[in-house]
Design a protein around this ligand. Structure first.
Ligand SMILES: Cc1ncc(COP(=O)(O)O)c(C=O)c1O
Length: 435
């Protein structure tokens, strides 16, 4: 086994293009995980992970029952081309039943969130024969293909990386109706009504809660209004629940939290327990059926994974029988209440949350000049890391700290998180004031 130093030397010599650790000042090699904890090489005490694979580990690191389901699925059938398998059929049925609707729906599986985003746009354009797509400022729909990147906000993704992205010309971005801004729903609906009248809009794609945009929650009735408007005008409503679905808001479907059934729902991340990168497009059958399928229009080598779909089915059954989704509502509310002390600080504002999706912003008080608005969040992240708490920054201004622990925590585990955040926060304030 290599030492930490040897691994650091390898890192320095052979740069990996997907090294995302730049904002962490400490070089860490995670070696083992369990629940909300991660052990790193050379450290006896574990770190608390509040990022949890960016919501792809909603049931915790190496959840024993999820791992057992994976081992069981591995032992059966790993891969096959084209055939239906029991797991795939049962998973499709369950995902559709959970919509609780009489309308006919179908499911397409893929291997990343970005992929199902691009399939959703293809379906919406075929069905409506319209070209343009509305997305939201602060929205994130992926980075790995031009469609998903074109929909994503420019402040969250550097668009120079994509050079000639023709699709972006067909994207219209409008303000997300932040529930903290009175009347924001009304102005978003007005803007959309006007757009739908004037432009050839195929779809509106929305994250029910902005994820990478820093957990911005919509006004309570916005999604209902959006559902009515799109339905009345034949515009396809795509709900991107890749980050806040799978129980983060207390429900399998985030759209259920807001009382709507969209035309297309997208899931990924925790769908197969974070073990297999399965994604799903749950779509009204009549939309899907107009796309000419000859020539494998809906196919990618591993989208038919017997392993991934069996695992996802077992994970969903586990989540349902254990009440993991509902648990997120109880523990999330507890965390939000107990973290209220954060808002008393002049460096912190906007503590917010719903289910196990919580966040706050690191801000620079007007009279404070020792550090810039960009430096303070970085100081917070690294102060947390020194005290064995893993957080990262997000949001349009890069100053939001999201708290996304596993959704199946107990209250005593939440108390441990609160205690650790308190410690980190005191250390951060001391450092910020000392500079
Ligand atoms: C809301 C949302 N949509 C789409 C994606 C893209 O998913 P993937 O990274 O699996 O392509 C993400 C990833 O973070 C996301 O949060």
């Amino acid at each position: 086994m290599k030492s930490l130093n040897e691994l650091q030397n390898i890192r320095n010599q052979y740069t990996c293009l997907c090294d995302d650790t730049v904002s962490y000042e400490k070089f860490l090699i995670p070696t083992q995980g369990s629940g909300m904890y991660v052990w790193c090489m050379g450290d006896d005490d574990p770190y608390i992970d509040l990022v949890m694979g960016y919501s792809s580990l909603n049931f915790g690191h190496n959840n024993r029952e999820v791992v057992a389901a994976a081992k069981n699925a591995l032992d059966k059938l790993i891969h096959i081309h084209s055939f239906n398998t029991e797991g795939k059929l049962l998973l499709s049925k369950l995902l559709i039943e959970e919509l609780n609707t009489n309308e006919s729906f179908g499911v397409y599986f893929d291997v990343s969130g970005s992929n199902v985003v691009s399939v959703a746009i293809r379906v919406a354009r075929h069905y409506t024969k319209n070209r343009k797509v509305v997305s939201f400022i602060g929205g994130f729909h992926g980075a790995t293909n031009v469609t998903s990147a074109g929909l994503t906000d420019d402040d969250i993704l550097n668009k120079d990386q994509y050079l000639f992205n023709e699709f972006e010309k067909d994207v219209i971005r409008i303000e997300f109706p932040d529930r903290r801004i009175a009347g924001s729903s009304l102005s978003a609906i007005d803007k959309l009504t006007k757009l739908i009248r004037e432009a050839d809009i195929a779809a509106v794609i929305i994250e029910p809660v902005l994820g990478a945009g820093g957990f911005i929650f919509p006004e309570e009735d916005f999604l209902l209004q959006l559902r009515e408007l799109t339905r009345a005008n034949g515009v396809i409503l795509i709900s991107d629940e890749i980050q806040v679905g799978m129980g983060r808001l207390g429900y399998l479907y985030a759209s259920k939290r807001y009382g709507i059934v969209p035309d297309i729902i997208l899931l990924a991340k925790s769908l197969a327990g974070g073990i297999y990168p399965l994604s799903a497009l749950i779509c009204k059958s009549e939309l899907y059926s107009v796309v000419p399928s000859k020539g494998s229009a809906f196919h990618t080598t591993f989208n038919n994974s017997p392993f991934g779909s069996r695992l996802a089915y077992d994970v969903l059954c586990l989540a349902k029988s254990k009440g993991w989704f509902e648990n997120a509502l109880v523990t999330g509310q507890y965390l939000l209440r107990e973290l209220a002390f954060l808002d008393e600080s002049e460096f912190i504002s906007g503590l917010r949350g719903d289910g196990m999706a919580l966040a706050f912003d690191i801000v620079k008080p007007a009279s404070y000049t020792a550090m810039t608005e960009r430096e303070l969040p970085k100081l917070f992240v690294n102060t947390c890391l020194e005290r064995k708490l893993i957080v990262c920054t997000s949001g349009k201004r890069g100053n939001t700290i999201k708290i996304t622990p596993p959704i199946n925590l107990t209250i005593p585990e939440c108390q441990v998180i609160i205690g650790r955040l308190k410690e980190c926060f005191v250390a951060f304030s001391d450092k910020a004031l000392l500079v």
